[in-house]
Write a protein of this length. Structure first.
Length: 80
């Protein structure tokens, strides 16, 4: 019975932590209309695709960083 209480308590704490992470994600990326989990899944899929193409993680990360910067610039242009 104590194990079940511990598991339930852990799950509740984890749920609250995810809520805080989601709020933080929305603060950092207010214009993204997806959740943090969807975003993480998309990035993971892109990194796997780069790996299949023979690019290492560092190269893939730099490419994603450049794409993100270009997207941010486009969003800023639309705001002006």
């Amino acid at each position: 019975m104590n194990i079940l209480k511990i598991i339930k308590s852990y799950q509740e704490a984890q749920h609250k932590a995810y809520e805080h992470e989601d709020r933080l994600f929305k603060m950092i990326y207010p214009n993204i209309e997806i959740s943090r989990f969807q975003y993480d899944s998309i990035v993971e899929a892109i990194l796997k695709k780069f790996k299949k193409l023979g690019l290492n993680y560092g190269t893939a990360k730099e490419i994603l960083k450049e794409v993100a910067n270009k997207l941010d610039r486009e969003v800023e242009k639309k705001k002006l």
